[in-house]
Design a binder for this molecule. Structure first.
Ligand code: 4AZ
Length: 229
């Protein structure tokens, strides 16, 4: 998403809807920022064709921040006009899980991506080119050791980084898990203390916990699974 500059990630989940983190948009109004799709290097217009859309509606999850600072850190952005996948061949919606994977996610490898800061010691320098890395989804109880336990809720999961991690500015963007060759959007990058520190895992909103809410707030046309068939 662009403000004066890029400030948060998001994932296209329908031809007219982006899933992002609630804390990215909670004080924003529709039409005050744009969504950019299909980009790789956000600082240049030359290298790829990117698609810009205004946002006409922001749906923050109704339970956002009620029990804990980042609880239910989800928002849906309705785009001004839909993406026609027949014409725009290089943009596809992300696949949502079919059901809440819950503890089955523990131990799985997640891929996180974004244009957030590359080095937490230099928090003013963001990536120009889209970055990605792998993190290991971990037991939530274990994750609570590094944080005030009540801040890590049942709608989140944690993932530890070896040396590379999601970081400031990546939030709202995707954590995907490869399930039989399909990259499934299981997490929304949400929060964490510092980055790539083993004692402070990254914390993600668990998409499987809000499938009903997503379904109730989006039309089903052109979701990932229909396109895959
Ligand atoms: C952030 O503030 C942020 N390492 C995103 C991810 C992580 C920490 C902070 C996890 O956007």
């Amino acid at each position: 998403m662009y403000w004066d500059k890029f400030y948060c990630g998001g994932s296209l989940i329908r031809d007219d809807t982006v899933l992002t983190a609630a804390h990215c948009v909670v004080n924003r109004k529709p039409y005050t920022f744009d969504v950019i799709l299909g980009d790789i290097n956000w600082t240049t217009k030359k290298e790829t064709l990117d698609i810009r859309r205004q946002v006409i509606r922001i749906d923050i999850h109704p339970r956002f921040a009620q029990r804990a600072t980042f609880d239910y850190d989800f928002a849906l952005l309705k785009l001004h006009s839909r993406i026609n996948f027949d014409i725009i061949s290089f943009i596809r919606p992300a696949c949502l899980p079919f059901y809440d994977q819950d503890d089955l996610l523990t131990g799985q490898i997640g891929t996180v991506s974004g244009w957030g800061v590359i080095d937490p010691k230099n928090p003013t320098v963001q990536a120009n080119i889209l970055q990605k890395t792998n993190v290991e989804i971990m037991n939530t109880q274990e994750c609570k050791n590094g944080y005030p336990a009540s801040e890590v809720t049942s709608t989140m999961f944690c993932a530890k980084a070896n040396s590379t991690d999601s970081c400031y500015g990546d939030s709202g963007g995707p954590l995907t898990v490869n399930q039989d060759g399909v990259h499934v959007l299981e997490g929304v990058i949400s929060w964490g203390k510092n980055c790539a520190k083993p004692q402070w895992p990254g914390v993600y909103s668990n998409v499987g916990k809000v499938l009903r809410w997503i379904r109730d707030h989006t039309r089903d046309a052109h979701s990932c699974w229909q396109d895959a068939i």
